[in-house]
Design a protein around this ligand. Structure first.
Ligand SMILES: [Zn+2]
Length: 379
């Protein structure tokens, strides 16, 4: 479906608040884009290195790299699926203004997200339940694994002083609308939905995290717009927090769970679209993949998932408040609200994952080692 009003709508959606003069906006495919040089300059990163098929921008502690013609970008070595593809036009490599606003900005400067309050309450949502088993594999059912991980995470979060609310604490069916309505009763909370995946062939592996697709952005795996992409949902009020929370949780999952990185993606699942608090949906591996399912069935892996949730919540909380582990002034306090070009030091908040080879290769090797450890321990 085509929408003549789309250009107008996108302009409305992407004000690039008060910083428009710093950007050379280029129209491409009826959509506003900016050159990666502008991104590098604005975020005080190094000079972009442009290749035939990819680009990279690096500065100490931070990096962005992306593949031309695709929606894949790595920010500090964490994979994101962009709203729109990276394009080459003339000699310029362009990224959509929507992606700058909805991904780069909240991820690179989480301390500048407006209205992001301190996290006191975590609503944990164990996917499925009751007659809805979710994904099934030879080693169990998604509904059981999700609830077990949620209960483990609850204990860890409560031990650190968080209040934890559960959409379900036993094997019962709770409709999606009811889960969202329950979460909305806690305005100072964040929402974390725990799921596991299933693929049709049983060959897909790894973890992925879903944040609500912003208004005017196609859902995953859809290249074209549909009418529903233009609908406003309650969750859109939290677009910046949603992606910051996804970043914190997904990178913690990569570190703790050591599974293949399928990236941070966009969707309009009912639970994340109908909540008014920041929220994400986590997929902790595939129930019908040989290695993933073995890990998911193990106690140690479920502990790792629970620890990743705790670490992710802590990292999100410190990132949005601009807190730093040292006694030096908080980055967000140093960067004044009126100075749009000041860039807080985000290294402590969303520090890159350091690995000698590409992340997925290293994770794949680590997964094999992890699998052997589990086999040895007899879990
Ligand atoms: Zn599920």
């Amino acid at each position: 479906m085509r929408f003549p009003a789309l250009i107008f709508l996108c302009v409305l959606l992407i004000p690039l608040e008060g910083i428009a003069s710093a950007w050379n906006v280029v129209m491409h495919g009826n959509r506003r884009h900016v050159p990666i040089e502008d991104v590098a300059r604005f975020y005080k990163l190094g000079t972009p290195v442009k290749g035939e098929k990819e680009f990279r921008i690096e500065s100490p502690g931070r990096s962005i790299r992306g593949k031309l013609g695709t929606r894949e970008v790595f920010i500090n070595n964490v994979k994101y699926i962009l709203c729109f593809p990276i394009v080459k036009k003339g000699g310029s490599i362009l990224i959509s203004a929507m992606d700058v606003t909805k991904i780069l900005e909240p991820v690179l400067r989480p301390g500048k997200i407006k209205n992001a309050g301190p996290v006191r309450t975590v609503v944990l949502d164990a996917g499925h339940g009751g007659h809805d088993s979710g994904a099934t594999g030879r080693r169990g059912m998604e509904k059981e694994a999700a609830l077990d991980v949620v209960l483990r995470a609850k204990r860890l979060l409560e031990a650190q002083g968080y209040t934890v609310r559960l959409t379900r604490s036993r094997d019962v069916f709770v409709p999606l609308e009811q889960r969202a309505a329950y979460a909305n009763r806690f305005p100072d909370a964040i929402f974390v939905s725990v799921h596991f995946n299933k693929s049709s062939k049983g060959t897909a592996s790894g973890i992925e995290t879903f944040a609500l697709a912003p208004r005017g952005v196609p859902s995953m795996d859809e290249q074209n717009f549909s009418y529903s992409d233009l609908k406003q949902h309650p969750g859109h009020a939290r677009d910046p927090e949603n992606i910051a929370l996804a970043t914190a949780l997904h990178s913690s999952m990569l570190r703790k769970m050591r599974l293949y990185d399928r990236g941070i993606k966009r969707a309009r699942f009912a639970v994340i679209r109908n909540i008014r608090i920041p929220g994400v949906l986590l997929e902790g591996g595939f129930m019908n993949h040989p290695l993933d399912s073995q890990l998911i069935a193990s106690s140690s892996f479920r502990d790792s998932f629970a620890k990743a949730i705790l670490e992710g919540v802590n990292r999100y909380s410190s990132a949005i408040s601009g807190r730093s582990a040292t006694s030096s002034p908080a980055p967000s306090a140093v960067a004044t609200a009126t100075d749009a070009t000041s860039v807080p030091d985000i290294r402590r908040e969303f520090s890159p994952i350091r690995m000698s080879t590409t992340l997925n290769e290293a994770v794949q090797r680590a997964s094999e080692t992890f699998k052997k450890e589990i086999e040895t321990n007899g879990n």
